[in-house]
Write a protein that binds this ligand. Structure first.
Ligand code: COD
Ligand code: ZN
Length: 364
């Protein structure tokens, strides 16, 4: 089968034939229908997040179950599934306290499946699986806890986005910040994930939803998902502008959804006293944010991180699919560009240049 391999961070993808071994105990083989092009893959591609190579990236995907390994009871061949990039072990401390997205077995087996080995090979060389998903490939073998069954009526390009950007954004609003109706919200970074923070804020009836970005066409697009105000951080002082829009106060909640120390500091500074800052983005591993600690004390602001919108994929993804089917959230219009697997370098060039408003997907 074909897969897009990264042999060296900083180098482009190579689309090549690879060998995929059969699923083992508690593993599932899924034929991919669509995969989203997310900035987190870009971080790994460019070396901003460290990862062993060679690796097949892709962590936002959906497809059809083709084969199940021994002891799989959660899904069967023919089921349509969304893939979770935090399939959990079910036994560790974090699984037991209801935080499957923080499962300790994930970092312990990074780039491999739970038994510490890979199912992907080029000749005899093992190839790593990003986030136990590796869906920039025609087929994947994933842990059964990473397969969430969905109705067959949901198109794959929509289902794929339920694998990352939609729950990450909606979860940041509803699980993490628990934004109250009438609140003011700023979203720093209005890309695939940020737009879902914006539509999550609309869903809970936030009063002012301020989209911040450095590209006008992304800001224009953000209005379609519920932004009430926009600020171009390249052309104006974003913190001052957000304060002006909120009558000098600052917002009740600010979300950092780009992934850098500077945008995290900006989110902190545009938040009102006793407000909440939620950091969604993963900054390059070498960055440190210069937060004014005395101000943190004096202003009683809360800074929270969240990984995957703090969702519990098996409980929350079916609810998100349900919200989509009821028309409460818009996923169709998030997908603005379609590529084939052999155009994957083009897709990531477009992400780098900021050409795509919304989300690009790779169709299989
Ligand atoms: N100020 C404001 N906006 C900016 C700035 C800036 N200084 N610089 C760039 N932006 C804008 C870009 O123009 C773009 O519109 C937006 O920020 C980013 O959007 P995308 O579409 O490029 O990126 P996303 O939405 O796909 O991903 C953003 C994340 C921050 C979510 C991602 O990079 C990340 O770090 N994810 C980690 C969170 C997670 O749980 N990941 C798991 C994956 S394994
Ligand atoms: Zn992602």
């Amino acid at each position: 089968m074909k897969a897009a391999i990264v042999y060296e961070q900083g180098q482009p993808f190579q689309v090549e034939d690879v060998r995929l071994e059969a699923p083992r105990k508690h593993e599932v083989l899924v034929r991919i229908g669509a995969a989203g092009v997310c900035r987190s893959d870009y971080h790994v591609l460019k070396g901003e997040a460290r990862h062993p190579v060679p690796v097949v990236l892709g962590h936002e995907g959906a497809g059809v179950v083709e084969e199940v390994g021994p002891d799989v009871t959660m899904v069967k061949p023919g089921d349509h599934v969304v893939l979770s990039f935090t399939p959990n072990c079910g036994h560790c401390y974090y699984c037991n306290i209801g935080k499957p997205n923080l499962c300790d077995a994930l970092p312990a087996t990074a780039g491999r499946l739970f038994d510490g080995t890979t199912r992907l090979f080029k000749g005899d060389t093992p190839i790593h699986h990003l986030a136990k998903v590796a869906c920039f490939a025609e087929r994947v073998v994933v842990p059964d806890t990473g397969c969430i069954p969905i109705p067959k009526t949901v198109p794959f390009h929509v289902a794929a986005l339920v694998g990352c950007c939609v729950p990450t954004g909606i979860g940041a609003i509803s699980q993490v910040a628990q934004v109250k109706p009438g609140s003011t919200v700023a979203v720093v970074g209005s890309g695939g994930v940020g737009l879902n923070v914006i539509q999550g804020a609309r869903l809970v009836n936030a009063s002012k939803i301020i989209a911040v970005d450095i590209l006008d066409h992304k800001l224009e697009f953000a209005y379609k998902f519920g932004a009430t105000h926009t600020v171009n951080a390249a052309g104006e002082d974003a913190v001052a502008k957000v304060k002006e829009i909120t009558d000098g106060l600052g917002v009740d909640y600010a979300f950092e959804v780009f992934g850098s120390a500077d945008t995290a500091v900006a989110a902190f500074e545009m938040t009102r006293k006793a407000g909440t800052v939620v950091v969604v983005g993963l900054a390059p591993v070498w960055e440190r944010a210069a937060i004014d600690v005395a101000t943190l004390t004096r202003t009683e602001k809360v800074i929270r991180g969240t990984y995957y919108g703090s969702v519990r994929p098996r409980q929350d993804m079916p609810k998100i699919i349900d919200m989509y089917l009821k028309g409460q959230i818009d996923i169709d219009n998030l997908v603005t560009k379609h590529y084939k697997l052999d155009q994957i370098n083009e897709a990531f060039d477009a992400l780098e240049k900021g050409e795509t408003a919304g989300r690009a997907v790779i169709d299989f």
